[in-house]
Design a protein. Structure first.
Lengths: 112, 797
């Protein structure tokens, strides 16, 4: 798994590439906590290059969402592949997360 | 020991006798030295006294003899002076001589002998002689006939020498007809201005009267005197046969060694004091001799030693007698005194003998004095009392020990009863075992039992130490092994559990080496978990004896939280597992050589074809022969498990294989990184088995969730465990079997329903994975067997 970060105003876009699973979730979790610790509370996760997600990955998303919500920030997921989306659905996460099809939409949601 | 003989002996070896003997020996030596000195000193003094005494006696005797002889000599001397003058009347002179003979009994006779024709020119012989006969004096004129007195010694000697002299003894026939000596004095008359020999005046003295004189001298009790002439003729002697014999004849008769020399000295008019061995009556004697002045004779006085030293001998006898009496008295006293002092000892000796025979009733008297023997006696009394108490205690202890030993027998029966007595009679399995305790009860154990139809559990162990504590520990261990839930618990966890229980209450710090194993009778797969025990051996089919060196953990009872790991192998049909305790390999012979593992392996290779029971017997016999006379120092235990053939009974989760079936197995350890192996395998299988990508991803997700769940939650320790995953592809279906030895977790009963109505804050983090599995898999089966969670997932394609 790789993480790519870029800034768009005060929004940080994190690109998660590859498998987000039991073996890799820790990397993302650590990075997210760092950002939030630094006051970065507007985050968009770009999942377009994500090949696979397991419950461990979902837990990281859930953790990020809870932290940022408590700080009145925004945590938005965008460009989910079908497989990942299906899993989010099965897990019932689609109702909890802000999920947008495109990055623009996501940035808009995150910017408000 | 023979008391009678001992007592007789002690009489001569007892203290009393020995003290007496040694003290008296000392006294005896001192006395002998003192006595010898006194004796020799006294002897010298007495000898000098005796010599002085003898000298005095001799002088006195000589004086007596002289006293008698002197007048005999004086009268003729006086007469001679008168006869020199012819005017003096010869008859007056004769009258005087006659009166003298009459008055002097000692004098036998007297003669006045004239030269031929001197008295009367007409008479050749004129020699008037007076001699005694009875009480009267007879006068006789000598000469004429055959008696020519001029030739007689008494006459011729005086005439020749011109001196008065005593004749040698002779037998006189002229007048006396007896032995006599004659004193002759020559007289002269002036004729023509010349002194002319005219005649001789004689005095005869008979030897018998001389002898009476000498014999009248009493020298002590049995001493005597004798006279010899200056020519060596014996004049007087108590033995009359020797009188008038010469000295050679005398000395021959007397056989004195030095008598000749003494006689010679006597003839030379010497005097002395000599010791003679044999003279007269053959008694040791001393002799004093001295000349009798005028006569030229010598007087010898014989002093018998016993008379001479009578007082000395008397003194000596008294001394020795007194000494001997005092020695005897002393001996008696010493023995009495020592006996008195050693009487307590004698009593002690008797008491000791009685005590030695087990009789403690003999009471010793109490002594009041404070010497060592009394102290000993009193100590002995104390000892006797203490011995009684001690023996009483010993009796009690012994009976207690006997009781304990019979209880130990019972304990042994119980212990042996714990061991499986009967061996399962099965086609697929053959078990043999034997335990031979070193002491009555030992600390080894073995056990086996079947869990279900197709799992054989077995174990062997060795408790540190022997005897009751070890056997109790062994019993606990074996009970714990039996009481674990073998269906639910993995072997290594069973081991950890037993260890924990044993550690919890182990005040004596005992420990037990232990191997537990499980043989799957369907497949022959076998698990072994070795807690510090001797490595087991497997008699492989190919002839190799494989030693399973795998450290599964430390012995039980040392650390409470210590992990155990399992070794997995497979027994092919006909292969045998050999478990044993170190009593076998460490059996020692009297040279302290050990039987050793190498010997065991060699032995096993020669008997490997036998059945397990025969192998066990052979090994035990061989070890016994090896040890020989040496005492068995440790328990000997062996357990053999022979896998004969695979069981036909099919169990849960082991699908029967059909053609076209392909099975892929993966074993990963309980680390997160290991999941990548699983992911890789699934993507590999996706290609090999042409699985739809979506299905592969679902399988991937379900397995990741399942395996990560196991990795995160199944184990409570920090150690390696393995998860076995088996994929089998069947037409239209993939069956995945996941096996872990983690804690029991029934996935089917896990709460995994997702409540979508819950808000973000209420959402539980767990449960998602199981939800995914249930979502993506078509069938989920769970079972708990042999301490393992077995999950079988079915995914239809």
């Amino acid at each position: 798994m790789n993480i790519k970060e870029r800034k768009s105003g005060d929004i940080c876009v994190i690109g998660v590439e590859g498998r987000l699973d039991t073996m890799t979730y820790g990397i993302l979790e650590k990075r997210l906590l760092e950002m939030i610790g630094e006051g970065q509370i507007r985050i968009v996760v770009d999942c377009s290059e994500m090949e696979y997600i397991s419950s461990s990955g979902l837990r990281v998303f859930l953790m990020g969402l809870k932290k940022i919500k408590s700080m009145n920030g925004k945590f938005v997921l965008t460009r989910l592949p079908d497989q990942v989306h299906e899993i989010m659905e099965i897990a019932g996460f689609t109702t909890i997360f802000e999920i947008r099809k495109t990055e623009e939409e996501a940035l808009t949601v995150a910017g408000n | 020991m023979k008391p009678a003989g001992n007592r007789r002996n002690s009489r001569f070896h007892g203290l009393a006798f020995r003290y007496g003997f040694f003290i008296l020996s000392g006294i005896l030596v001192i006395f002998i030295v003192a006595f010898t000195y006194t004796f020799s000193f006294t002897y010298k003094i007495l000898l000098e006294d005796a010599r002085q005494n003898a000298s005095n006696v001799t002088q006195l005797t000589i004086a007596k003899i002289q006293h008698i002889l002197l007048p005999i000599e004086e009268v003729p001397d006086l007469m001679v002076q008168k006869l020199e003058y012819p005017e003096n009347n010869t008859f007056t002179i004769l009258k005087t001589l006659r009166e003298f003979v009459l008055l002097n009994k000692e004098v036998y006779g007297s003669c006045l002998a004239f030269e031929p024709y001197k008295f009367d020119p007409g008479r050749k012989y004129y020699a008037p002689y007076f001699y005694q006969k009875g009480d009267s004096i007879i006068s006789k004129n000598l000469g004429g006939g055959d008696y020519d007195y001029f030739r007689m010694g008494w006459y011729s000697n005086a005439k020749r020498t011109g001196k008065s002299c005593w004749s040698e003894p002779y037998y006189d026939k002229g007048g006396g007809d007896m032995l006599m000596c004659t004193y002759s004095v020559p007289f002269y008359r002036m004729e023509g201005g010349k002194k002319v020999f005219t005649g001789v005046v004689t005095m005869d003295i008979s030897l018998s009267s001389l002898r009476q004189i000498v014999d009248s001298i009493r020298v002590y009790k049995s001493g005597f005197g004798f006279l010899i002439s200056n020519k060596g003729t014996m004049i007087t002697f108590p033995d009359t046969t020797l009188i008038n014999r010469d000295l050679f004849a005398v000395s021959r008769k007397l056989r004195g060694t030095n008598i000749i020399g003494v006689f010679e000295d006597m003839m030379k008019r010497g005097s002395g004091f000599v010791r003679l061995r044999n003279i007269h009556q053959e008694k040791p004697s001393w002799m004093f001799y001295s000349p009798v002045a005028s006569t030229g004779w010598s007087l010898g006085l014989i002093f018998p030693s016993q008379d001479l030293f009578a007082s000395f001998y008397d003194f000596s006898y008294r001394l020795v007698t007194i000494f001997l009496l005092s020695v005897m008295t002393m001996l008696v006293l010493i023995i009495l005194i020592t006996r008195k002092f050693t009487k307590p000892l004698t009593t002690l000796v008797n008491a000791t003998r009685l005590i030695g025979q087990g009789d403690f009733r003999f009471a010793l008297p109490v002594y009041r004095s404070k010497d060592e023997i009394t102290q000993l006696a009193n100590s002995f009394n104390l000892m006797q009392e203490e011995l009684q108490v001690y023996i009483q205690n010993l009796k009690e202890t012994t009976s207690a020990k006997n009781r304990l030993e019979s209880e130990l027998d019972v304990a042994r029966n119980i212990q042996m009863g714990m061991l499986p007595g009967s061996f399962p009679q099965r086609d697929d399995l053959e078990i043999a075992a034997k335990l031979e305790p070193a002491r009555i009860i030992g600390g080894d154990l073995y056990d086996f039992f079947l869990a279900g139809d197709d799992r054989l559990y077995f174990a062997i162990g060795d408790v540190s130490g022997k005897g009751v504590p070890a056997s109790l520990f062994m019993a606990i261990t074996r009970t714990l092994f039996r009481s674990r839930n073998h269906k639910e618990e993995a072997l290594n966890l069973i081991m950890a559990g037993i260890n924990r229980e044993l550690c919890r209450d182990n005040p004596n710090q005992m420990f037990v080496t232990f191997i537990a194993g499980m043989l799957d009778l369907k497949t022959g797969s076998m698990e072994l978990c070795n807690g510090g025990h001797n490595p087991p051996l497997i008699l492989r089919k190919n002839g190799i004896i494989e030693k399973i060196v795998h450290h599964g953990g430390i012995p039980f009872g040392i650390y409470e939280d210590t992990p155990y790991s399992t070794f997995k192998t497979t027994l092919e049909e006909g292969e045998t597992l050999v478990l044993y305790t170190d009593g076998i390999t460490e059996a020692a012979n009297i040279q302290h050589q050990l039987f050793g593992e190498e010997n065991l392996i060699k032995l096993l290779s020669t008997v490997r074809e036998l059945n397990p029971g025969a192998i066990v017997s052979t090994v035990f016999e061989t070890v016994k022969t090896f040890a020989g006379e040496a005492e068995q120092s440790d328990d000997n235990t062996m357990l053999l498990v022979k896998f004969r053939k695979k069981s036909t009974v099919a169990g849960l989760g082991s699908p029967s294989l059909s053609s076209g079936q392909e099975i892929v197995r993966l074993k990963i350890s309980n680390r997160v990184a290991e999941i990548s192996k699983l992911v890789d395998l699934i993507s590999d299988l996706e290609k090999r088995w042409s699985l739809p990508a979506a299905k592969a991803k679902e399988i991937n997700l379900a397995l990741e969730e399942l395996v990560s769940n196991i990795i995160f939650y199944a184990y409570e320790d920090e150690f390696d465990h393995s998860v076995d995953i088996e994929f089998s592809k069947q037409p239209g279906t993939i069956i995945i079997r996941i096996e872990d030895d983690g804690k029991e977790f029934n996935i089917l009963e896990a709460d995994s329903d997702i409540d979508n109505s819950l808000g973000i804050d209420e959402r539980p983090v767990g449960g998602l994975g199981i939800h995914f599995i249930k979502t993506f898999m078509n069938k989920i089966e769970y079972s708990r067997e042999g301490g393992k969670n077995i999950v079988v997932l079915t995914k239809e394609l």
